[in-house]
Design a binder for this molecule. Structure first.
Ligand code: NAD
Length: 240
């Protein structure tokens, strides 16, 4: 049985990823600030990705209960903004950096050694969730754009460090997806209905978290090795 760690596991994309991986036969350990459902093959740790010891505890739990770690999905993040770069407070930028970059960094720093030391490094995958914002740059979201671009840099550096180990790293970059974060984004823009974000995508609809989870699940698979070091644009044809 393959074993996965998913951060942001109580969120829209994270919970859909936990479900998708479970359906595919994975055992999953989730991490989130919020509670989430557990089962025989899904465990959940309530904690903060800014705290490396929380992540270490989740990895140790996976190893103790299921004996291995094959896939890691770093999806926990926050969004902030609603104003131009020059009106962004130090506190706001710091929070974005701490959760959206350092949280992914902590996850990799704790989980990758466990994958390298495991029984099958060649089947191990690290998947970070970036954003179309980080690729294109979105109006009044300079801080979020910056940190999501940094997540891509993190993945590229990690993939290089993992050369020839068999463990791979990839960034999945979703477009506008129907989750609480999209509602929060609408609030930042003063928009009452997030369906307006459909206009950003050539599909002309907001994506479902299950669609992003399906992409993430492929990235987690053994076949996902071919995506090493790349950015997978799961964005329905994003055009800002
Ligand atoms: P979401 O708000 O539903 O989920 C995010 C989850 O992260 C929440 O459950 C939250 O509790 C958790 N979280 C936040 N800070 C945390 C912390 N410090 N420690 C632990 N958990 C924490 O949002 P989502 O849309 O499911 O976002 C998942 C990922 O997808 C994020 O990385 C987000 O940036 C990215 N993304 C989302 C969209 C979109 O349109 N929804 C688009 C592009 C990228």
């Amino acid at each position: 049985m393959r074993v996965a760690l998913v951060t942001g596991a109580a969120g829209g994309i994270g919970s859909a990823t936990v479900s998708r991986l479970s359906e595919q036969g994975y055992a999953v350990v989730g991490v989130d600030l919020e509670e989430a459902a557990e089962s025989d093959t899904v465990a959940h740790v309530v904690g903060d990705v800014r705290d490396r010891y929380v992540l270490k505890g989740a990895v140790d739990f996976a190893l103790a209960r299921w004996g291995r770690l094959d896939a890691v999905v770093a999806a926990a993040a926050v969004i902030a903004g609603g104003h131009p770069l020059w009106e962004t407070s130090d506190e706001e930028l710091q929070t974005l950096w701490d959760v959206d970059v350092r949280g992914v960094w902590n996850t990799a720093a704790v989980a990758v050694p466990a994958m390298l030391a495991g029984p099958d490094p060649r089947g191990c995958r690290f998947v970070a969730v970036a954003s179309a914002a980080g690729t294109y740059g979105l109006f009044n979201l300079a801080g979020y754009t910056t940190v999501k671009h940094a997540v891509v840099g993190l993945v590229k550096g990690l993939a290089a460090d993992l050369v020839a180990t068999g463990v791979t790293a990839v960034a999945v970059s979703p477009g506008s997806t129907n989750t609480p974060m999209l509602d929060a984004t609408a609030d930042l823009y003063g928009i009452s209905d997030p369906v307006i974000f459909s206009n950003n995508q050539l599909l002309r609809r907001v994506l479902d978290p299950e669609e992003i989870a399906a992409t993430i699940a492929f990235c987690c698979s053994v076949d996902g090795a071919v995506l090493n070091g790349s950015v997978v644009h799961a964005d329905g044809g994003f055009r800002p």
